[in-house]
Design a protein around this ligand. Structure first.
Ligand SMILES: *Cc1c(COP(=O)(O)O)cnc(C)c1O
Length: 425
């Protein structure tokens, strides 16, 4: 049996870990069946515990821009580990990574490192509230900002995959301060702002959404949000945990030509180790402890191993900015190839793509927000996902997640992937 050992490992894991996984989407609930267990990975390929090889299209959900076990990152982490793994005392490398990030990203002066994207978003909202003296935030249905209470209000990613956007355990008190709007619907946001005049601290969004599939913001929507925020003294929070250092050196701010007031990072900035960060202009960041009164802290924040992986990753990107064109061209090649196969097979589909993010939706209408994304045919998606897995292609195990290409993927791999789509349908 192709997945025998993975299956046994999953059974064992379920005895000791809820659902057998440490993050829900890994459990394959949305697509049925059982997850594969990874033994190791290099470059574009994953190898599972049964000896099967896969071309990997999730790249650890985004961080691995150059592929798995990328040498410069590995070497940096190994060298650093030999000098001690954690101190809880300042180290020079924290400043080195901060300086490089601030140079690469538009409109930020200072950055604070944390351990995950969740922490970054949670802390950024606290900072926005502390800075403005206001309590409410606006978020968009289908956008995912990690699992902090304030965001589990129609969140995307694993939270929708499980059909429980409003998680038990989130209090009414918390939920009432999170107002909900629809992605790409500027008028809806304006109405919310008017109805809550002077009470909105921040508007938080994925500047290119990736957690309800890949959804591209309309120009008038994203520009309109920027103008509205400036007029109403609302902070615009770009959750660039997915898009930061992936869509461009300067992330979505650069790719879209729109500046945000607070920017959150995760994924690529840690090079595959646990790092999150949030950043802003100096006058906003001055509100953060110990400079200001807004409290935020972390025992392992700025951890030397994590910083060394992040520094190696960002240095690679800084020195090889052509990686973004390379990734975008590869993603376009895949897009065209899959679209052609699905068209030939008479399969209704929508493919959304921005840079190296892509998602395939089995539906007739354009996918522009959460409601249109949720209309996809999940029975076909499941068949597609498992068919591809059997063909040695690892896709995100939910229609609400986007593909993240890594540059280790070759054109040969892309063509093999397109052939696999043909075989599946
Ligand atoms: C992954 C993700 C998060 C959460 O990051 P974690 O490191 O999983 O906590 C937040 N926002 C966006 C846009 C993400 O894609």
């Amino acid at each position: 049996m192709r997945y025998q050992r993975s299956s046994a490992l999953f059974a064992e894991a379920k005895k000791y870990i809820p659902g057998g996984v440490n993050s829900p989407v890994r459990a394959f609930k949305a697509v049925g069946g059982e997850p594969i267990f990874v033994k190791q990975a290099k470059g574009a390929y994953l190898h599972d515990e049964d000896g099967n090889q896969y071309i990997d299209y999730i790249s650890s959900w985004g961080p691995l821009l150059f592929g798995h076990a990328h040498e410069p990152v590995l070497q940096a982490v190994i060298a650093k580990a030999k000098k001690g793994t954690s101190f809880g005392i300042p180290t020079e490398i924290e400043t080195e990574l901060a300086k490089l990030a601030v140079q690469m990203v538009p409109n930020i002066d200072k950055i604070r490192f944390v351990n995950s994207g969740t922490e970054a978003c949670m802390s950024a909202v606290r900072l926005a509230r502390g800075y403005t003296g206001r309590e409410k935030i606006i978020k968009f249905a289908g956008c995912y900002h990690g699992h902090a209470d304030a965001f589990l209000i129609q969140a995307g990613s694993g939270a929708v995959t499980f059909g429980s956007p409003n998680s038990p355990g989130v209090t009414q008190g918390t939920a009432k301060d999170t107002l909900l709007a629809n992605y790409n619907d500027l008028e809806g946001v304006k109405a919310l702002v008017a109805a809550n005049k002077g009470e909105i601290a921040g508007i938080i969004l994925e500047p290119v959404a990736g957690n309800m599939g890949c959804i591209i913001p309309k120009t008038e929507f994203i520009q309109g949000l920027r103008e509205l925020c400036s007029q109403e003294d609302i902070l615009l929070l770009f959750d660039e945990v997915m898009t930061g250092f992936r869509l461009a050196k300067g992330g979505a701010q650069q790719a879209l030509g729109i500046t945000a007031d607070i920017v959150m990072f995760g994924k690529v900035i840690g090079g595959g180790l646990p790092v999150g960060a949030f950043a802003a202009r100096a006058d906003i960041m001055a509100h953060l402890a110990p400079e200001g009164p807004v409290y935020q802290a972390g025992t392992l924040s700025g951890n030397p191993l994590a910083m060394s992986a992040g520094l190696a990753m960002l240095t690679e990107i800084d020195q090889n900015p052509e990686v973004f064109d390379s990734l975008a061209q590869k993603t376009e090649h895949l897009h065209q190839g899959i679209a052609q196969v699905l068209t030939e097979k008479g399969m209704p589909h929508q493919i959304n793509r921005f840079g190296s993010m892509l998602s395939v939706h089995f539906c007739e209408e354009p996918v522009v927000d959460f409601a249109s994304s949720a209309k996809g045919n999940n029975a076909i998606f499941k068949k597609y996902f498992h068919g591809m897995l059997d063909q040695g292609v690892y896709l995100p195990p939910s229609a609400f997640e986007s593909y993240f290409l890594n540059d280790a993927i070759s054109y040969q791999d892309l063509d093999a992937t397109i052939e696999a789509v043909k075989a599946v349908f």
